[in-house]
Ligand binder design. Structure first.
Ligand SMILES: NC(=O)c1ccc[n+]([C@@H]2O[C@H](COP(=O)([O-])OP(=O)(O)OC[C@H]3O[C@@H](n4cnc5c(N)ncnc54)[C@H](OP(=O)(O)O)[C@@H]3O)[C@@H](O)[C@H]2O)c1
Length: 255
């Protein structure tokens, strides 16, 4: 994977950050985005370049405006000579999810639409732009992060869970049409993973304890658990894996 380039949204924290470090440790150059944490992103660029001797660069992006992916990729073209992997990872929280992250009877179209935009539309535009670049280098691998909250009930998760179900379907459509360009498209669906997004859940402690209890491995997921699956799906070891959703749930969904 050495010398290839990963583009990933939301590389500053949580799962995105673990993916960035996993790929960098394998010699992959990294173009990652941040939203609110510019200083943190700059420090991470330095850290990645020093620790792993790769090229890294951070760019601002708001996934609530997916069309801006087009300008972002033009910037990336100036800094990197190729794009091999794209991971749609960033997720919104706070004010934009009001009316989306709530109980069914309190759902509001604006909140639901924001989550759909950030999850599905952002994946579509980011994947389209990356696919154009991948075609030039003979192929690539695209991943959308998903969540088991589209399979099992999670309190207040109707907006997110529904958007994740939609993005998994979009992944299969993209896979069906991009295969002829040697571009594989998959989803990685996580059970509850210890990150800021999960700590913001109103019932975080309950979810944490219940997950550890349900999992045969008796612990909650870690960002690194998801990063390993992404590395596999982008590697040649996964050369016939496409249109697939890989569940990384510590065995919790079955129970
Ligand atoms: N945590 C879980 O339990 C879990 C389980 C399954 C799937 N997932 C999925 O994994 C992905 C990452 O989740 P996470 O838990 O790692 O999230 P997180 O810790 O909250 O990190 C969110 C990331 O998204 C960026 N971001 C926030 N608002 C943004 C915006 N408006 N535009 C662009 N970027 C924005 C943040 O950048 P700044 O730091 O610059 O604000 C940050 O890098 C999501 O797709 C999530 O649904 C999470």
């Amino acid at each position: 994977m050495k010398g290839k380039t990963l583009v990933i949204s939301g590389g500053t924290r949580g799962i995105g950050n673990a993916i960035v470090y996993e790929f960098a440790a394998n010699g992959v150059n990294i173009a990652f985005t941040y939203n609110s944490n510019e200083e943190l992103a700059k420090e991470q660029v330095k850290d990645l370049e020093t620790k792993f001797g790769i090229k890294a660069k951070a760019y601002p992006l708001n996934i609530l405006e997916p069309e801006t992916y087009k300008d972002l990729f033009l910037e990336i073209d100036k800094d990197f000579n190729r794009v091999d992997f794209f991971i749609s990872n960033a997720i919104i929280s706070g004010r934009p999810v009001v009316g989306g992250y709530t109980k069914f009877m309190k759902l509001k179209p604006r909140g639901i639409n924001n989550i759909f935009t950030a999850t599905v539309n952002a994946f579509v535009v980011g994947a389209q732009e990356s696919a154009k670049r991948m075609e030039k280098v003979g192929g690539g691998s695209i991943i959308s992060l998903s969540s088991t909250g589209n399979l099992v009930y999670i309190e207040n998760y109707a907006g997110h869970g529904t958007a994740k179900a939609a993005v998994e379907t979009m992944v299969r459509y993209a896979a069906a049409e991009l295969g002829e360009k040697n571009i594989r498209v998959n989803a990685v669906s996580g059970g509850p993973i210890e990150t800021d997004a999960l700590r913001a859940f109103t019932n975080y402690e309950e979810v944490r304890d219940k997950t550890a209890e349900l999992s045969p491995l008796k612990r909650m997921g870690r960002p690194e658990d998801i990063a390993g699956a992404c590395l596999f799906l982008c590697s040649d070891k996964a050369s016939w894996v496409t249109g697939h959703t890989m569940l990384i749930d510590g065995g919790t969904t079955f129970k």
